[in-house]
Design a protein around this ligand. Sequence first.
Ligand code: AMP
Ligand code: ZN
Length: 471
Amino acid sequence: MYLYNSVSHKKELFTPNSPELVKMYTCGPTVYHFAHIGNLRTYIMEDVLEKALRYVGYPVKRVMNITDVGHLASDADTGEDKMLKGAKRENKSVMEIAQFYTDAFFADCEKLNIKRPEVVEPATGCIDEFIKIVSTLIEKDYAYVAGGNVYFDTSKLEKYYIFNDHNEEDLAVGVREGVEEDSNKKNRNDFVLWFTKSKFEDQALKWDSPWGVGYPGWHIECSGISMKHLGEDLDIHCGGIDNAFPHHTNEIAQSESYLGHKWCNYWFHVHHLNTDTGKMSKSKGEFLTVSLLEQKGYDPIVYRLFCLQSHYRRNLVFSWENLDNAAVTYEKLIAKIATLKKEGEVDEEALAQLKQRFRTALESDLNTSLAITAVYDVLKANTSDATKLAALADYDQVLCLNLLEAAQKLIKKQAEEEAESADPEIDALIAARTEAKKAKNFAEADRIRDELKARGIEIIDTPQGAKWKRV
Ligand code: AMP
Ligand code: ZN
């Protein structure tokens, strides 16, 4: 499989340290609020990546953190702790907020067919791991204590900006929001490993440490949790593009300084979902959540399809109109699949070819739009329906668009509707009404309409004749 690696800025043949097990780490949510659908674009594409790796034959162990402490309003370690902000907003404790929004996050994931990673670890469960890493970094002289906090000293590194070709705007994200100078830092890019002298006296979660009572910085979480569950070598690390700097840059700095060797080989970054007015936000404009999509009558799977239709390394613009287009596409696609009959033999050779087409799309830097095109190619293929159904079932292990289930539901619904309309008595009454109308006997036509209405049947006059439904 070829994947774009943000470190080399090239598409590379993905070669894990051991084909026996791909070690995959994904930055998890900061659980102070609902995830917006932009966050979920990242999780959908990471889910597709994990499933694609499995599809091409690798077993995968995937770890995700839950950020329930230490992520400040600005990624550059300034501003209020996001969790505290959430707790104040809702007048609850930080742990109540964390539990509620962790559950809400996984409920959203389930609706989007995002598989839960094998390991999900909250930061508050790994304080000892973080303290161990920070202590070693101080011993190795990569970190210093100043003004009560422990900082990573970026001047000790040969190369700090690992992902240095990201566009300026993305690089600036972390330092742009609410820039505040921290006079304890020796260098502009130094970052906090452990806070003790917090300016937030009401910080709810604090732990004892060799540097005083405090709490970990956000970046150390992901290094610590990854090493706890995946060891010293990581194959692939994922996140949204805004995480590349400073979060992932700092993760690499501290992990490799701590370990004394290269840590992670491949970095996978998903570009942003924006609105037509700009950046997606939880506080400004419409707060776009999965629940909002549902309230507006969308099947969340339509949003998954919308994401899959474009490449993960392109910004994607969300608008209701764009989502409507995806909804129509999905409806038509399912209607086409519903016409396939479980007939004929599976043509193994044709199936292998169709599978190969899909695999090639995934292996081309996770080209999901090409993978969706492959679905249409299946429908057009000159082969038996049984072969087509087998191919679609195979593809849906990765796409997870409920292709066959949704088609089955539609078939059932159509059958029910047909069964309902196959009522000879009602059909006879409708025919009698049509005759009465023809004969301009409107009193009789109305009488039949009223009789049917009293029996819960509504007549719909269409250019193709009178139809009816139960109401
Ligand atoms: P957070 O909960 O803020 O830590 O973010 C969770 C994930 O969503 C991270 O991987 C972010 O990089 C990613 N993310 C944030 N905003 C967007 C967006 N507009 N589009 C796609 N991914 C995003
Ligand atoms: Zn992270």
